[in-house]
Design a protein around this ligand. Structure first.
Ligand SMILES: Nc1ncnc2c1ncn2[C@@H]1O[C@H](COP(=O)(O)OP(=O)(O)O)[C@@H](O)[C@H]1O
Ligand SMILES: [Mg+2]
Ligand SMILES: [Zn+2]
Length: 257
């Protein structure tokens, strides 16, 4: 979650889900940004649910990426991707409930939920129905965004949701010529804020133009395994998420040993 839009929630969600799936976990990715669903574009998914899938009372099949990742987005249930979506609160709550209860998730190690900015119906509904959900707060180095972090953290306190930690995204810029990281804004604010609130700092990810290209082409870059500062930084975030969520080894590994 985050207070503001455009800080990289969807980018982090999609790459977190893919990165964990690449590490052998069974992962679900749920896009509850009902007004601006981005997950399908970022993963190059254009499946549409058929009326038959919806009718027969069975659990609804999900979109799949590889063997380990299942995805749901409202787009999957819309006939036309460009339809504007006007949802009132109760409908949103109902849609999110269905995302949880009616879908064929199977056993999951992780369910990653991409929320819209702010502390409205969507995160409220998640807090209400996923009792052990934890918040991963995304911010950028600018102070305004950090003021937003405070709102997110206060929200979590209010609804008694654990805060998994904070990611500072767009923190410095990867030079496309020499791959060094150039400090653009004052960075490190995320780590300080995390300290102030006594929450875990999960890492900082620099701006890399390849992230934008990857997001638009359906090839998420941060979890791509390439040897670049942004990808390595993100791998560190994945390590910290695994470490801090108290998750055991992937089910598949458990069985092997
Ligand atoms: N680390 C990054 N480097 C470069 N571009 C990024 C980075 N993180 C996000 N972006 C880009 O910024 C834009 C907003 O990111 P997005 O994940 O959609 O934000 P949100 O979901 O918070 O609104 C997208 O075009 C995305 O590709
Ligand atoms: Mg988004
Ligand atoms: Zn350079």
């Amino acid at each position: 979650m985050s207070g503001k839009g455009g800080v990289g929630k969807s980018t982090v969600s999609v790459n977190l889900a893919l990165g964990l799936a690449n590490r052998g976990y069974k992962v679900g990715l749920m896009d509850v940004d009902l007004h601006g669903p981005d997950v399908c574009r970022m993963l190059n998914l254009d499946d549409k649910l058929s009326d038959a899938d919806m009718e027969d009372g069975d659990l609804v099949p999900l979109m799949r990426v590889g063997d380990n990742l299942k995805v749901i987005s409202l787009e999957y249930m819309m006939k036309d991707r460009d339809d504007p979506i006007i949802w009132r609160g109760p409908l949103k709550v109902q849609a999110i409930r269905q995302f949880i209860s009616d879908m064929d998730w199977g056993e999951l190690d992780y369910l990653v939920i991409d929320a819209p900015p702010g502390t409205g119906d969507e995160p409220m509904t998640i807090a209400d129905i996923v009792k052990d959900a934890q918040a991963l707060v995304v911010t950028t180095p600018q102070d305004v965004a950090l003021a937003d972090v405070r709102k997110s953290i206060n929200f979590c306190k209010h609804v008694k949701m654990l805060v998994l930690g904070l990611v500072e995204n767009m923190s410095g810029l990867v030079c496309p010529h020499c791959q060094n990281v150039v400090e653009v804004f004052k960075s490190g604010g995320g780590e300080r804020t995390a300290g102030d609130f006594n929450i875990t700092f999960l890492g900082r990810i620099p701006i890399d133009p390849l992230v934008v290209v990857g997001g638009d082409d359906g090839k998420p870059y941060l979890s791509s395994g390439q040897d670049s500062p942004a990808v390595l930084a993100f791998a560190g975030v994945l390590d910290n998420v695994e470490k801090n969520i108290g998750q055991k080894a992937p089910a598949s590994l458990d069985m092997a040993g």
